[in-house]
Design a protein around this ligand. Structure first.
Ligand SMILES: Nc1nc2c(ncn2[C@@H]2O[C@H](COP(=O)(O)OP(=O)(O)OP(=O)(O)O)[C@@H](O)[C@H]2O)c(=O)[nH]1
Ligand SMILES: [Mg+2]
Length: 391
């Protein structure tokens, strides 16, 4: 094995302050995330073997499959001249991005190349990525479909092209500074110099690990290598609407931070609660003839129920450590205790400070919103102890 001089990955071990230098013994590690890709493995390995120096390379598959893909990889690895590691995960934490980071942690190459298993990323481009990085002294080499002869012909239909083009544009606008040198921030094909990686700073969420890396690690020099995005070789796409929602969340967390993103989502849920609130009030007071005060209290209860359902199912789905009964009780107490705060505050603003009723009402709603969010976020839906510092 050749000992390269290009520098090790930076890894911080649990409980350790500072950075541990991991020895890199190879030129390159190819990290390939797989989810049910059994029919692509053989061709993928054959094509990688044809272009990579076997004594300076390793291939790490990080697999979250529910089929026999890991067995297929192990069988192919037995005759593969390049060492192949299969890291199968039962929990699939962080999805594709989490898999890539898990692979990076085990890499011993001075360069880590990330690519898909379905041959949409031609294996023949891998040596070009490394050569460009070494030649230009780059920390990050991005395979691009949008520059210098690259293309995205493999995107199956115009809908996929539109989604891909739209998300590329939005991402470039949101992260203008970090992505100045990157024309294809959605790319899943890239090479990173291991010594420039700060793995512990990455918080992968879904597909867009390159974006995560470019924004949080702030690599020095970034260069691009054009390539032609191919049709999927075999098997099925795993991208879905849920993955699209995860991407939007990823963008928001990267841009605004995790807590402010939750606050924004909580505000949107709160605004959406106006609809059932007004509807219930109209039905009770307008149609059924109930007095407007009890009708307003009932409408408020319905809106709190609506807010609870959305908050519990969407916003804090991963933090439901308390029992359902405990969560719903606390949520309702908070949603109605709200009135205890708002009514005296309203009286103070209107009678004490001579503020207009509508403006004062808005102020109390905003104050209550912030207080309720903080109680929810810090008391009712407590983060796991280990996740608290980043929550
Ligand atoms: N380990 C792991 N790999 C995943 C996961 N989701 C997708 N992958 C892999 O990530 C790569 C990209 O996924 P694809 O389904 O091809 O996504 P895509 O390229 O956006 O979609 P298509 O263009 O339709 O192929 C493939 O190698 C998948 O097997 C996951 O949750 N865990
Ligand atoms: Mg694909």
């Amino acid at each position: 094995m050749t000992l390269t001089t290009e520098g090790p990955a930076r890894v911080r071990m649990p409980g350790e302050i500072g950075v541990l230098q991991v020895k890199t013994t190879l030129l390159q590690t190819i990290v390939i995330p797989t989810f049910n890709e059994r029919d692509n493995i053989e061709t993928l390995l054959d094509r990688l073997v044809a272009v990579l120096p076997a004594d300076q390379s390793e291939i790490i598959f990080v697999d979250d499959s529910t089929d026999d893909t890991p067995d297929v990889i192990r069988a192919a690895a037995a005759t593969c001249p390049i060492p192949v590691i299969v890291h199968h995960r039962e929990n699939g934490v962080g999805g594709l991005g989490g898999a890539v980071v898990a692979g990076m942690r085990r890499a011993s190459g001075a360069w880590i190349v990330v690519m898909d298993a379905d041959l949409q990323h031609p294996p023949e481009v891998v040596p070009e990525l490394i050569a460009a990085g070494r030649r230009d002294g780059a920390d990050l080499v991005v395979g691009t479909r949008y520059r210098g002869g690259g293309n995205r012909d493999g995107l199956s239909d115009s809908y996929r092209r539109l989604v891909s083009g739209g998300s590329t544009f939005a991402t470039k606008v949101l992260f203008r500074n970090s992505l100045l040198q990157v024309s294809d921030p959605m790319s899943g094909l890239f090479a990173v110099r291991a010594s420039s990686l700060a793995i512990d700073e990455l918080r992968p969420l879904g597909y867009k690990i390159l974006l995560e890396l470019a924004v949080r690690n702030r690599p020095g020099r970034i260069v691009e290598v054009p390539y032609s995005f191919q049709q999927r070789h075999a098997g099925e796409s795993k991208s879905s609407l849920a993955e699209g929602m995860r991407f939007l969340k990823h963008l928001a967390v990267l841009r605004f931070g995790a807590q402010r993103t939750r606050m924004l989502a909580f505000a949107l849920i709160g605004v959406s609660g106006l609809l059932p609130n007004q509807l219930a009030l109209w039905l009770l007071a307008g149609v059924a003839g109930v007095h407007y005060l009890p009708a307003a209290v009932a409408a408020n209860l319905i809106a709190v129920g609506w807010n609870f359902a959305l908050t519990d199912m969407l916003l804090y789905r991963n933090r439901r450590h308390r029992s359902f009964a405990s969560r719903i009780t606390r949520f309702f107490v908070l949603g109605n205790a709200d009135l205890l705060l708002r009514i005296p505050l309203l009286a103070l603003l209107v009678s004490g400070l001579q503020m207009g009723v509508l403006v004062a009402n808005l102020v109390t709603l905003l104050a209550s919103f912030v207080v309720r969010f903080l109680i929810l976020d810090k008391v009712i839906y407590l983060a796991e102890p280990s996740a608290r510092e980043t929550a």
